[in-house]
Design a protein around this ligand. Structure first.
Ligand SMILES: Cc1cc2nc3c(=O)[nH]c(=O)nc-3n(C[C@H](O)[C@H](O)[C@H](O)COP(=O)(O)OP(=O)(O)OC[C@H]3O[C@@H](n4cnc5c(N)ncnc54)[C@H](O)[C@@H]3O)c2cc1C
Length: 460
């Protein structure tokens, strides 16, 4: 009996202590009118838009697990890894990537925006409007903008043997790029294997070659970037890379790795039985949006957080932008998630405009996005606008041996051009293909379109 009473007492004390702790936490919680969760591309562009629209000091916080202020992420797989004069912060903080003002950490201070870095949010209570960090700090908000972006898919996720060896790299954040940069220096003139033939694979294949490593690329598909490239487009890039000395191995996958006595990767085993020597392995096999914190609390679709044309989610006062948002793509009358920097910037601006307008009982126009992707590697540079569906027409000179090759592809659906790709275009020519993809002009015949090539776009 005595024992039972003392256990009841201790339960009561325990629950008193827990309540006390919650009280302390919420008393100690930092309160903001607006919180942007994430410190990447969308976060930076959203912060700039908040400042543009009018912000009182202390109203806005940006919470990021990264140690640095928002920057233009695409630089990490390009100039950041150059052997000579690599890009370094503060050079590529947002918003330089779109020709805008560079927002240094002092800019946030001047605007009275709290930049809370090195802080990972591990718990999000959307009904309670509270975020809690790994170190137990609480943040309360009136309006939340989710801008957590994506994370990489790891080979260890699939239990690939030896995939936890040292010098197997992934690339998402600046810390990853720093580690890779150090390894490139340490393994001078060594052997690199790139696993994956998408964006990251192609850009990393080029930059590692520029660093004078012996580069091999491995991917299972019949050609690189199959989600966007046609076989005709891919043939140019594969030929170009091969001419630069990059070896391409297609139609097989990495099934395991062996390490040396220091635990550093030494060999890559392929499904077809080939064994490749490697000092460095870079894996680029895709990403997934970081939505786990909000599971069960917000409506999701197509792997992302479902939003309307103002990036408002199913939860009041919660917006989602950038890679995590599944939004209505008005032009094609469907909903999509887009993992590209241009959309990260524009969706962030749209959400903030909508938030500010709604406070005044006003509305803004619906998001009307024209998909735009680009990439640069070696001395190549391509842009794509629109939708890559339907029949295709390749035009121009796509011989990989031609110096300064210029070629492109149109996608034609229901007799109209709906997408356009151009390698080596001038700013004006790129503008022209963007205009075509938006205007969707009718096409008389595919042969005529092929013959007209770029001039078709230039006359729209
Ligand atoms: C190496 C690389 C090269 C790329 N190159 C191109 C390119 O050439 N062209 C192109 O169109 N696109 C490119 N992209 C894609 C583009 O960068 C992304 O689409 C864009 O960055 C998405 O912006 P975002 O703000 O949604 O996410 P991100 O920029 O990824 O930002 C997300 C931020 O949220 C933080 N975060 C996540 N979870 C938490 C948490 N729980 N607590 C606190 N902080 C958190 C992250 O640390 C990060 O700072 C590239 C991407 C990478 C990784």
């Amino acid at each position: 009996m005595e024992g039972r009473q003392s256990s009841i007492q201790s339960e009561e004390e325990e629950s008193k202590r827990a309540f006390c702790l919650i009280d302390q936490l919420s008393m100690g919680a930092k309160n903001f009118k607006y919180v942007i969760l994430g410190g990447g591309v969308s976060a930076g562009y959203a912060a700039r838009e908040f400042a543009k629209q009018g912000l009182k000091p202390g109203e806005l916080a940006v919470i990021s697990k990264e140690a640095v202020a928002p920057y233009e992420r695409p630089a990490l797989s390009k100039a950041y890894l150059f052997p000579e004069s690599p890009a370094r912060l503060p050079g590529f903080h947002v918003c330089v990537g779109s020709g805008g003002e560079r927002l240094l950490p002092d800019w946030y201070k001047e605007k009275g925006i709290e930049l809370i870095l090195n802080t990972e949010i591990v718990n999000a209570d959307l009904p309670g409007k509270t975020l809690v960090s790994g170190s137990g700090e609480s943040f309360k908000y009136q309006t939340l903008v989710i801008a957590t972006g994506s994370t990489v898919i790891r080979l260890t996720d699939f239990g690939v043997k030896g995939a936890d060896a040292k010098n197997i790299f992934y690339l998402r954040e600046i810390d990853d790029a720093d580690k890779l940069y150090e390894a490139i220096k340490a393994k001078k003139n060594g052997k690199a294997v790139i696993v994956g033939g998408g964006y990251i694979g192609l850009e990393l294949g080029a930059v590692l070659k520029i660093n004078n490593l012996d580069v091999k690329m491995v991917y299972p598909e019949p050609w690189c970037m199959p989600r966007l490239f046609t076989s005709g487009i891919a043939a140019f890039y594969e030929g170009y890379y091969q001419n630069k000395g990059v070896k391409i191995i297609k139609g097989t996958v990495a099934t395991g790795f062996t390490a040396d006595s220091n635990g550093e990767v030494k060999e890559v085993h392929l499904k077809d039985g080939t064994v490749l020597e490697a000092d460095i392995v870079v894996v680029g096999v895709g990403g997934r949006p970081l939505t786990t914190l909000f599971k069960g609390q917000v409506e999701e679709e197509k792997g992302g957080i479902k939003t309307d044309a103002f990036f408002k989610t199913s939860v009041p006062d919660v917006y989602a932008v950038g890679d995590v948002a599944t939004f209505p793509l008005k032009l094609y009358n469907e909903i999509r998630r887009v993992e590209h920097v241009d959309h990260a910037r524009k969706s962030a601006e749209q959400a903030v405009k909508a938030i500010k307008a709604s406070e005044e009982g006003k509305t803004v126009e619906e998001y009307d996005y024209l998909p735009y992707f680009y990439s640069r590697s070696f001395d190549l540079s391509w842009q794509f606008y629109g939708d890559n569906v339907g029949e295709t027409v390749l035009f121009g000179d796509s011989n990989p041996a031609t110096p300064k090759a210029k070629f492109g592809t149109y996608w034609i659906k229901d007799g109209k051009v709906v997408g356009a790709f151009l390698e080596g275009g001038t700013p004006e020519e790129n503008q022209a293909i963007a205009k075509v993809a938006r205007a969707q002009p009718p096409v008389a015949s595919l042969d005529q379109l092929a013959a007209e090539g770029l001039s078709f776009a230039c006359k729209i």
